[in-house]
Design a protein around this ligand. Structure first.
Ligand code: BGC
Length: 381
């Protein structure tokens, strides 16, 4: 546990040191600690940005918060970073306090994307602009911009990975499995129903996999294939493990499961625990997908107990979000690449979508290690 915490701290420290060259025009005073290397760009001096993050229970949000804080501080902003530990009411109170303290801008990654409507209206009345971070803020006209990854693209990438790599009796890829007249068993662990990203991911995934479910190449023995039947509230790892345990005892007593289509690294950890509990070994271990390329997930990919994940460079996401903060606080032009997809029920929010990348044992070195996200040393601890 201590070791894990140390790894997380190292990865955050590393991410913070790597911020230079990530789109910020500021010099590296924070990383070097050198006081005479004055920042060239202190557009944030005297201004405060409040950043509301959902939880520290998952590594990715720890990195997101650390990256946002470091990049904003580089520009001279004072940063109030708070985590709500997946508690909706706690996040509402945190945002109320941020408004009362007089922030110049609010950056919010919501616990529940629809539960902040009142507090968002309060911010608007107080003249405080809001930027949605990673998760769209629903049913409000108080949000100015949205920085995220291509959320449907995450689902499509997971689906395409399964389609190309699922292997049965030496037949690689679902088309080859189908041609050989074989079938593969699959179960789904999908994201939180109160997070707009989760349904988008599901839709992207099903765009690729539904034809194989329809023609019987993929068999879901539990019959749970709809989003309503497979979503997991608050992205809970425990619920994912429980669901997997139920699937294994209920439907896989006589036959092995071949594919766990999971939408999150946390679910992959839960599935791994359930499979180990049910006696699965490397002989019959299924393909398991994930999302976020957390340090633990990347280690599991190397060890073979998780098959792939979706790498989301949180340094890049933070840098795009910072351009939006600059836009609302200082009137500069933000980077936007989507003005159509993200309607929150009230308005279509101008967005920047970063590109998600599928990683597995074959490309993690090139993408993750060479990209400076984790070092080989962190991965071999
Ligand atoms: C994010 C994912 C993350 C999930 C669980 C989603 O909103 O887009 O990257 O895995 O939340 O934290």
């Amino acid at each position: 546990m201590k070791k894990k915490l140390l790894s997380v701290i190292l990865s955050v420290a590393m991410a913070a040191t790597l911020l230079v060259g990530c789109g910020s025009a500021a010099t590296d005073t924070a990383a070097t600690g050198s006081s005479d290397a004055a920042a060239t760009d202190t557009t944030g001096a005297g201004k405060r940005v409040a950043v509301a993050m959902p939880t520290q229970s998952s590594e990715r949000w720890i990195n997101d918060g650390a990256n946002m804080k470091a990049q904003l501080e580089e520009l001279g902003y004072e940063v109030d970073l708070q985590y709500a530990e997946d508690d909706v009411q706690m996040q509402v109170s945190q945002i109320e306090n941020m408004i009362a303290a007089g922030a110049n801008c609010l950056v919010i990654a919501a616990v529940d994307s629809s539960a902040l409507v009142n507090v968002e209206a309060q911010a608007k009345d107080a003249g405080i602009p809001i930027i949605a971070y990673d998760r769209l803020l629903m049913d409000t006209d108080a949000v100015s911009y949205y920085a995220t990854f291509d959320n449907k693209g995450v689902g499509t990438a997971i689906g395409e990975y399964i389609k190309a790599n699922a292997t049965k009796d030496g037949n690689k890829g679902l088309d080859a499995v189908k041609s050989a007249g074989l079938t593969m068993n699959v179960e789904f662990l999908m994201g939180s129903p109160d997070d707009n990203n989760a349904l988008m991911l599901y839709n992207g995934l099903m765009e690729v996999l539904k034809p194989y479910l329809d023609d019987g190449t993929l068999v879901c023995k539990s019959g749970r294939t709809s989003f309503e039947d497979t979503c997991i509230l608050r992205w809970s790892q425990e619920t994912a493990q429980q669901n997997m345990e139920n699937y294994l005892t209920g439907f896989y007593a006589d036959e092995d499961i071949d594919i766990v289509a999971s939408a999150f690294d946390g679910f992959a950890y839960g599935a791994k625990a359930a499979l180990e509990g049910a006696g699965y070994t490397s002989e019959n271990w299924p393909m398991i997908t994930g999302q976020d390329a957390e340090l633990m997930a990347t280690k599991n990919i190397i060890a073979g107990s998780q098959t792939m994940s979706i790498y989301k460079d949180t340094r890049l996401l933070a840098s795009k979000c910072v351009t939006m903060v600059e836009a609302v606080v200082n009137g500069s032009e933000p980077e936007i690449n989507d003005t159509e997809q993200y309607n929150n029920g009230k308005i279509t929010v101008p967005s920047y979508l970063c590109t998600p990348v599928a990683v597995d044992v074959n490309n993690y070195k090139e993408i993750i290690v060479d990209g400076g996200y984790y070092t080989e040393a962190q991965l071999s601890e």
